[in-house]
Write a protein that binds this ligand. Structure first.
Ligand code: MD3
Ligand code: FE
Length: 278
């Protein structure tokens, strides 16, 4: 259901998007004198329209909230920053090669390839299941450091008093996707997950706390950052599809297959803030 642009109205400041019900993102847009109400998440055309409004927006002026605690910062990283970050990621992959993670018990391979940087890395294999560990499953070496630009990102957006311990690197090519799941292997659930997208665009979904809850969808583009805190921290989410060839960043950045990289910063162990003061 679309209620198109109404009469000219005075500029009321930057775009504001407000959260509503999971699955039907009630979006109140104030943009260039046009106030538009959109319902999105149900119809492709509406999603595209929302996406059109979000494209080219500047960090700091506009953000989206889905369920409480979900924030989207379109193009937080500009083109130069994306190239620098990709170079950091390539250096990390050179030390800690991408590997093919497998489902616990069945051993079925995920279509996404993974590696990590940070003190701890998330992994999954047939025998050990989902877990964090200090070393790469194939090389046995410690993970490389989290790049400074990502530590700075965490300080800027996480609003959490301790640094991230893990940065999971997901690499999607071709038809790779990530089924709906919750991130629940971290003892510290008060800290948000901070995610960066690089390369090809992806259709992302986020639902509610139960698997069957309705899902809202958004296109994530290169340079976008998503912060998942509060209620959103435990929401089901996943990647439905990659738009292969929608970005040249990875091909030009030396990952010949192109595709999409996602970086997720997480706090894993509980941060003890010490005894309460009186
Ligand atoms: C919403 N990665 O690694 S990042 C993952 O694009 C993962 O590779 C996806 O889900 C990717 O676990 C999505 C955005 C994201 C990360 C964590 C979330 C969204 C989230 C946690 C709760 C809700
Ligand atoms: Fe996840």
């Amino acid at each position: 259901m679309l209620h198109g642009p109404k009469k000219q109205k005075p500029w009321k400041g930057p775009l504001e998007l407000t959260s509503t019900i999971v699955g039907y993102i009630g979006v109140a847009l104030r943009h260039r004198n046009v106030r538009t109400r959109l319902l999105c998440g149900k119809f492709a055309a509406e999603r595209l329209l929302v996406d059109k409004f979000l494209r080219g927006t500047k960090h700091g002026t506009k953000h989206v909230s889905f369920i409480a605690g979900f924030q989207h910062f379109p193009r937080y990283f500009d083109s130069d920053a994306q190239v620098r970050l990709l170079s950091d990621v390539r250096s990390a992959i050179a030390v800690a090669p991408l590997y093919a993670p497998a489902m616990p018990r069945t051993g079925k391979l995920l279509s996404v390839r993974m590696t990590n940087c940070g003190d701890l890395g998330w992994l999954t294999d047939k025998t050990g299941g989902y877990r964090y560990q200090q070393t790469h499953p194939e090389t046995g070496r410690a993970w490389p450091r989290i790049p400074d630009a990502l530590m700075a990102l965490w300080r800027d957006l996480a609003h959490f008093p301790a640094p991230p311990e893990a940065c999971l690197i997901n690499y999607y090519t071709g038809t790779a996707k990530l089924g709906s799941h919750r991130d629940e292997d971290e003892a510290e659930q008060a800290a948000p997950v901070v995610s960066v997208s690089l390369g090809d665009s992806a259709q992302f979904h986020v639902g509610g706390l139960k698997r069957g809850d309705a899902k809202a969808r958004l296109i994530l583009k290169s340079g976008d950052v998503v912060v998942l805190g509060g209620a959103a921290r435990m929401a089901y989410h996943g990647i439905d599809r990659i738009y292969a060839g929608s970005s040249d960043l990875l091909r030009e950045g030396g990952l010949g297959e192109g595709g999409r990289i996602n970086l997720t910063l997480r706090r894993v162990t509980k941060y003890d803030q010490g005894p309460a003061r009186h």
